[in-house]
Design a protein around this ligand. Structure first.
Ligand SMILES: [Fe+2]
Length: 261
């Protein structure tokens, strides 16, 4: 895939500074028409297996053979993510593995998957829009509460924070507060062709609802878990793997690996 992520050190610094100050950064016009057409064709093919319903594919195995493989295997992309991680964490990542996800929000189940505010397990999150509704009231905009927290020194704090915020009650509360304008969040209207970056571990985020008759598809790439190897991380991964296995049995999705949450 001829996407180019080879940018120099100064541009990496600019990108990281922009994420720090603005909550996210974007590289404009990186995904050309032909690449986008191929990503859309692949997504359409998968969507045909889940007509009108939400689906998500997690991990290299599930997405092998897609054009996304050309992105996560690209050494310039890997180098960019690893340099961004280093800037944000002040140290190199334990692993240079990129975790890919294809997420397609549509139908009634898609509404339930919206407003699922969460922190990612990994520090650097990259989002590539594939299908973004242009019209309608509910277009599934990306909503960010940027950089709410730093990388926790103690993994237990991380787990407690996630438990407090990532449950049905807190998510409902946040979405009602957003509707009523009580919280100020950053709303990003995604544009296909651009590539978006944010600190997923530090930023509470979700997509806003999508009208059931519209489709919103995105590719996500996760990089750098600040708590790799900790007992708590292993337990979360085991729990997520079990949840993903059950979901894939229910929806007929391909088997998944772990799910950064
Ligand atoms: Fe996320």
């Amino acid at each position: 895939m001829p996407l180019s992520f080879s940018i120099d050190e100064q541009q990496v610094r600019q990108l990281a500074n922009e994420i720090d100050t603005n909550g996210f950064a974007k590289l404009s016009g990186v995904v050309g028409e032909a690449d986008l057409a191929q990503l859309r064709a692949y997504t359409d093919l998968q969507a045909a297996r889940h007509p009108g319903e939400y689906f998500a594919y997690h991990g290299e195995r599930a997405l092998a053979g897609s054009l996304l493989a050309g992105i996560w295997a690209d050494p310039t992309f890997k180098a960019l993510l690893s340099r961004l991680y280093q800037r944000a964490a002040g140290e190199t990542a334990d692993s240079d593995r990129i975790f890919p996800v294809l997420r397609c929000v549509q139908g009634n189940q898609g509404r339930r998957e919206s407003n699922s505010f969460h922190f990612d397990a990994s520090l650097v999150t990259v989002l590539i829009p594939i299908f973004i509704p242009e019209h309608g009231e509910e277009r599934g905009d990306l909503v960010l509460f940027p950089n709410l927290r730093t990388v926790r020194s103690f993994v237990l704090f991380n787990v407690i924070e996630k438990a407090l915020l990532q449950n049905r009650f807190s998510r409902k509360l946040i979405s009602v507060a957003l509707d009523w304008g009580w919280f100020k969040a950053k709303t990003v209207q995604l544009e296909p062709g651009n590539v978006y970056f944010f600190w997923g571990y530090r930023t509470l985020h979700a997509n806003r609802p999508v009208s059931p008759n519209l489709t919103r598809a995105t590719a996500l790439f996760h990089f750098g878990d600040p708590h790799t190897g900790s007992v708590a991380t292993q337990l979360i991964l085991k729990f997520n793997q079990r949840r993903a296995r059950l979901a894939s049995q229910k929806t007929g999705s391909p088997p998944t690996e772990s799910m950064p949450g």
